[in-house]
Structures are given as C-alpha cells and as structure tokens.
Design a protein around this ligand. Structure first.
Ligand SMILES: Cc1ncc(C[n+]2csc(CCOP(=O)(O)OP(=O)(O)O)c2C)c(N)n1
Ligand SMILES: [Mg+2]
Length: 733
C-alpha cells in the first residue's frame, strides 16, 4: 500500500512532469485586480509553502520534525493574505502556512521560512512558541498562535472584532489593533459544524443584526472533507448563504485571480461596513489529513488522483502563463530552486537547540509583567457622584454581594479599560444584584448584557483582552462554566504558553458558585466542584468567604490581570452573598465594612482567625462561615481552634498555610467540594508533605446537590465540623 510519503512524491513528480510537458489543468481564464507583481509573489509563496510541507514530512520521517498537518492544496490562501493588511489580526486555520508566508512579504525584515522551519524543528529559537509546538503565529505579523482544537478560536475572533468598535471610542492603554483593522478567522469545512463555531457565527449574526459594528471576516477553507468524513456536497453554501447579518462570498481557491478579487471585495465590505462576512473558499487537500493519515485507506484511488490532478500550483502555472507573468519553464525553475533553498534551511534548523527540561518548557506558563501607567483613582467628587447613596452605605457593615458591587464600582472608576460581560449583568444587575447599577453608572458598552452563550462570553473576553481591555466576564452559575470551559482551559490559559509570552489575554472571570443555597436550585445553581479550574496551569483561582476579603481580593485579582497579565477566576460563594448573621438572627456577624481604597490582600495571603493551638481548621468560603459558627461550641468543649481561610484555591498558598499552622497541634481540613477531586485532596497531600502534625478531612460527599430540604445534606455541616474537630483535637488534650 502506498504510504503518505509516496503521495507527497507523486504530487511532486506530477507537478514537475506536467509543467515540463505544459500539460496544465483546465480552468477559468485569469483576470481581475491581481497585479503581476503580487501574482508572482503569490506563486513564489505557494512554491515555498509546498516545499516547506514536503520538507516537514522528510524531517518527521528522520525523527527531526514532530507533527505534520499540511497546507498542501490550500496554497491559494496566499492570495487572501495579499488582499488584507498585515495589521489585520489573523486567527488562522492550521493549514494556513501560505497565508502567513505571504503576509510576511508585506512586512519588511521578515524571515518567515526560517522562523517556520524552527517551529517544525521544535527549536527554542522558534520565534513564536519557543519550540513548544508546531504552530502558525507571529507577533510581527499579528497572527496569534492557535491550538489544534478545531473551532475553538472562533469565539475570540468575534471578541477581537467587537473590541475594535469600543477601542475606537475608548482606547485602552495597551490597545494592540488599529482602528481600521478587520479581524480574519479561518477554519475548515468540517469545523463549521462544531457547536463552538456555530455559537460564534450566531453571536456574530446576533451582533450585526442589531447594527453593532463587528468587522470580522470568517473564511471557510472547504476541501470537502474532515479527516475521513465527507462534508455533504453543497452543505457549507446552503448553511451560510442566507444567514441574517452575515454576507456570503465564495471563490475558487485554486484560482488565485478569483480568490484575490473576491477576498478584496469581502475585506472591503467588512472594513467599510463594519459588518461580518463569510468567505467560502474551495480548496483541495493533498497528502491526506496529517502525518500518518493515508487517504487511500478511506477514499477510492480515483478520487485521490482526481484531486491531485487539480493541484493548485499547476493552476497557478497555467494562469501566470496566460497573463504572461511567467512561463512554465521559469515556474519550474522557481519551484526547484525554492525546494533546494528549503532543504538548506531545514538542514540548518534541525541543528538549533531544542527544549530540554521542565523549567524551559514551563517558562511561558506565566505571562510577563507589563508596565502600566499609574492610576490614582477617581477624584473624590466623581467618586461620590457615581456611588451616590452608596457612599453612606459604605460606612456601615454590609453583606458580601454589596461589597463586591462597591469594589467593582471602584475598579471600573479607576480603570477605564475594564469591561464586564455576562448574562443579565446589566439592566437586571445580575441574578443576585451583585452588578446592580453598574450599567447605569458606566454605560451599556462597559457592562454588556450578552446573549445566552458561555463560550461567546469567554470568547468575547479573550478577544477584548488581546486588544488591551481588561475583561471581567461573568458566568452566571458554576454549573454553566462547563459547556465553555475549553475557552479558559484550552484557549486563554495556553495563549502565553504557545506564544512564549508574546500574546496574552489577561482577565478576571467572575463565577457565582458553590452550594448551601437554602431553598434554591439544586445542582444547577449549587455546583460544588472546582476540579476543572484547579489543574489549569497558570490560572489563579480566588475564593473569598466574606465581603471585606472579597473586595480586597478582587482588587488584587484585577492588578494581577492588568499588570501581570494573568488569567484569574474569582469564585463567589452564592450562599454568602446575602449572609448577614453568624450565630443568631440579627447579630450581623457575617457583615463587614468596605475596605479603604488601596487595601488589598495579596496572592498567597491566607486569613487567620483566632489563636487557638489545639486545632487549625483549614477551610474556605462556606466552610469558613460554618467553621466560625463551630468555634464557640468547640471552646465550650474545651478545644481552642483557629481558622485558616485559604482565600486562594490555586495555586494553593503553601507557605501561608504552613506559617499559619505554627504552634498548632492538629489540622482539620473542611472542604465543601467533593471528596474526589476536591480541594481537600491537595490539602491532605500538602499537610503530609509540609507539616508534621495529625490531620484529617471533612469533605462533601461524591454527590450531586439535590434541591429541597436535603439541599445541604451532602456537604459539611456545623455539627460535623464540631464532631470532626473533637475527634481530632479533643482526644489529644
Ligand atoms: C474539538 C476537536 N475535535 C476533534 C478534533 C480532531 N480533528 C482534527 S482536524 C479534524 C477535521 C477538521 O476538518 P476540517 O474542518 O474540514 O479541516 P481540514 O483538516 O479539512 O482542513 C478533526 C476531527 C479536533 N482537533 N478538535
Ligand atoms: Mg476539510
């Protein structure tokens, strides 16, 4: 059976033989606005792209390259790059090497082939990922690297396009994109079916339907197949030619004249109308899907050969001959010389250093610090005006929901680049009133009521962050994060990693979550699992237990996003939003006062309450509240305990915990998340490794939260805390 290498050789030999014999495929005559110089340059890029792809397979066979998913058959994308500006941010399909190489022609001083080859070789000198992955991408070319998770880059492309309108009116300090840019976003034909892609198309349409500017060019590279599954003939066109708010264009990607002409029209439409468009490009796929994939295993030989006969490079040779830009003999010479040059580049690239250890790999998990202009906050009059009657409320103890609202108000006053987005956060002020009045205080452009789609909310945030805004997206309930968590996990958290810290998307995601809501909701509103957030490298997970802490922690979270470019999740315990009392009705024991401006709680700072030495209760959120209730009961029983409120669930504040344990005889972990995968697992390991004292844990059951009277039955209660504390410390007295 023919192997993948064989098809590469066959396509190569076909090209040489057919050009030499002037046996070129039929097609529409060349015509349109593509000038001779650009046509020539497009052909050179196509030859370069093809040679790079061929070489990458040779490298892989020799153990010097590690991943091949090729651009062959998609070389016509070079003509699209030529129709755009290099300052138009491009979120690229993995087959778009031709686009990137052509864009490099528009920017002086680029060494794109060398750079890309270093990425194939996974060299530390690869200027985009530092050798971490074979990704397309370039800071100078405005191409942020993308993951291979198909369709996952579409929501942020929508976000980046949305950011342009806002940045025009209110430019953020770290604005990255010019006002007249359009956002480019490409993907395959099978990818359009992904719910993430469909969500992004829908959000783009929903936005443009309301005449909100959204200069975004979606480009579908339709090679008719996704790995081995055929896209039904006509499906892409039938699905997209008639969507509200989305203008449809189509072109033949085998014909660079047609492609350039239509791409120019489409780009012009998007740029002048500030509306999204969908450009449907016909391509073919050569050499199967990727590396080891053999198309002959699932496609009839005649089909594979029929596609190969339509090699876009052959079409280019025919067209350039027709327009008398280049005769076939010269074309062949360019093709051969390019292949030789690429071989020389590859021979050099594989000698360059590669990543060797964990430290090197991990160096870009945390983005670099960025300098920010100092802000002194608003002047007192403006502040008083914006806060209104809340200025008085500020002097008295308040429940947590109210203090978060005040902190958000102050932060938005101080940093104009903060933008909030979420379901019902604006007019309604959030399901629990936490964002009340923010919309009237700061306007609907900064407190965005989004459509109902969590992927779009996070995508909007990521795209806006890439243009210098500091987004504070809200996920209404923790249970609803999960349909969109890849936007944090696979996208936001990986961007600095795969770009060696050159592209970042700092933000603070606010999520209402955890359990204990009396009489409301069951699981969907009381999700008590944070495992999916805790193991995301580089992500900071904050979780306050009271209003004063919440306000100070939120300030630190925004600082972390703004100055350290970090991805932060701020988990707000819903049940504690309205909590006023601690021990008995009317005692107001869980209300706190608003901290003065400038007071913050740094990452890693734990809260320590009490000085008891018999026992330390290590806990957070509702667990902290219940443990505070347990304290006097324990005192009655002769056990003096202290509470260590974690505040930061990831990374865990190891040093802070160890220090706070000083002098304690035992430690009880009280964890309202599930026993399996819950925070307590990590805390028990932490105690075993770092503290020489008896320890035990009380956790939630491995259950889903019910609604009704048993709403808290699966989670730690005050009584259970008392019992567990006595069992651990009481026996030791
Ligand atoms: C979310 C996700 N699911 C599955 C895959 C595996 N996968 C990689 S490429 C691909 C097919 C994509 O086909 P298409 O969109 O037509 O792009 P093409 O490769 O044909 O250019 C699949 C299923 C993936 N990368 N991401
Ligand atoms: Mg396809």
């Amino acid at each position: 059976m023919a192997g993948p290498m064989d098809r590469v050789t066959i396509v190569h030999e076909n090209f040489r033989r057919r050009v030499a014999a002037q046996d070129l495929p039929q097609g529409k005559p060349a015509g349109g606005p593509l000038d001779d110089v650009t046509a020539m340059s497009t052909f050179r890029t196509a030859c370069l792209t093809r040679a790079m792809d061929r070489e990458s397979r040779t490298m892989q066979a020799a153990g010097q390259g590690y991943y091949t998913i090729g651009p062959s058959g998609h070389e016509g994308m070079a003509a699209i790059a030529a129709a755009l500006r290099p300052t138009d941010p491009a979120f690229l399909h993995y087959r778009d090497a031709a686009f990137q190489l052509q864009r490099a022609e528009q920017v002086p001083g680029q060494t794109a082939a060398w750079d890309m080859m270093l990425s194939y070789a996974c060299s530390t000198e690869d200027p985009i990922s530092g050798g971490r992955h074979k990704v397309l991408g370039s800071k100078a070319l405005n191409i942020p690297p993308q993951t291979s998770t198909i369709a996952s880059h579409l929501p942020k492309a929508v976000g980046a396009a949305y950011s342009l309108g806002l940045a025009r009116r209110s430019p953020p300090e770290h604005k990255a994109l010019p006002d007249d840019a359009i956002v480019y976003c490409s993907f395959g034909d099978a990818s359009v079916n992904h719910s993430t892609a469909q969500g992004a198309f829908n959000t783009a349409c929903w936005t443009s339907y309301q005449s909100v500017p959204l200069p975004l060019l979606f480009v579908c590279e339709d090679n008719g197949i996704g790995i081995s599954t055929r896209t039904p003939r006509g499906w892409v066109k039938a699905s997209f030619e008639d969507r509200p708010g989305l203008k449809y264009f189509e072109c033949d990607g085998l014909d660079i004249y047609d492609t350039f002409r239509v791409a120019q029209e489409a780009a012009d439409y998007v740029r002048t109308r500030r509306k999204p468009a969908f450009l449907h490009v016909r391509t073919i796929r050569l050499y199967g899907h990727a590396g080891a994939d053999m198309a002959l295993a699932y496609l009839p030989r005649e089909e594979v050969e029929a596609e190969e006969a339509q090699d876009p490079l052959l079409h280019m040779v025919r067209q350039l001959n027709e327009t008398e830009v280049l005769d076939p003999a010269e074309a062949l010479a360019i093709y051969d010389r390019t292949a030789e040059r690429v071989q020389r580049i590859a021979a050099e690239a594989i000698t360059r250093p590669r990543l060797e250890n964990a430290q090197q790999v991990m160096a870009s998990l945390i983005p670099p610090h960025r300098e920010c202009a100092p802000t002194n906050g608003p002047d007192p009059e403006t502040r008083a005006e914006v806060f209104g009657s809340d200025m008085k409320a500020m002097e008295k103890p308040q429940p947590m929901g109210k203090l978060i609202n005040m902190a958000l108000t102050d932060l938005m006053l101080e940093h104009e680049e903060i933008v909030m987005m979420g379901e019902d956060i604006g007019r309604k002020g959030g399901n629990y009133g936490v964002t009340q009045r923010l919309s009237s205080r700061f306007g609907r452009a900064r407190v965005i009521d989004t459509l109902l789609d969590e992927q779009s909310i996070l995508g909007l945030a990521i795209g806006m962050a890439q243009n210098g805004f500091i987004p504070l997206p809200e996920i209404q309930f923790l249970a609803y994060l999960h349909n969109a968590e890849d936007q944090l996990r696979g996208e936001a958290a990986t961007l600095p990693f795969f770009s060696d810290g050159q592209f970042t998307n700092p933000m603070v995601v606010r999520i209402s979550g955890l359990g204990y809501q009396k009489g409301f909701g069951g699981h969907f509103h009381n999700d008590n699992s944070v495992a999916v957030l805790r193991d995301i490298p580089g992500l900071i997970l904050a979780c306050p237990s009271n209003g004063r802490d919440a306000a100070m922690m939120l300030r630190e979270c925004v600082r972390q996003a703004r100055e350290e470019q970090r991805l932060v999740v701020f988990l707000e315990p819903i049940a504690l939003y309205p909590m006023r009392d601690l021990h008995e009705d009317g005692d107001g024991g869980w209300m706190t006062t608003y901290p003065a401006s400038g007071e913050t709680i740094s990452i890693g700072d734990v809260g320590v309450h009490g000085e008891g030495k018999d026992l330390a209760i290590i806990t957070f959120a509702n667990g902290a509240y219940l443990s505070h209730q347990a304290l006097p009961i324990l005192v009655e029983k002769g056990v003096k305990a202290r509470i260590i409120d974690l505040r930061w669930l990831s990374p865990l504040p190891v040093e802070g915990i160890v220090k706070a344990l000083h002098g304690c005889k035992a430690a009880l972990v009280v964890d309202e998340t599930r026993r399996t995968g819950g925070v307590a697992e990590a805390l028990m390991a932490l105690l075993a490794e770092n503290a020489d004292l008896p320890h035990a844990r009380l956790t939630a059951e491995d259950s889903i939260i019910p609604t009704g009277p048993a709403y808290a039955a699966t989670m730690p209660s005050r009584e259970q805390i008392v019992d567990a504390a006595l069992a651990l410390a009481g026996s030791r007295k």
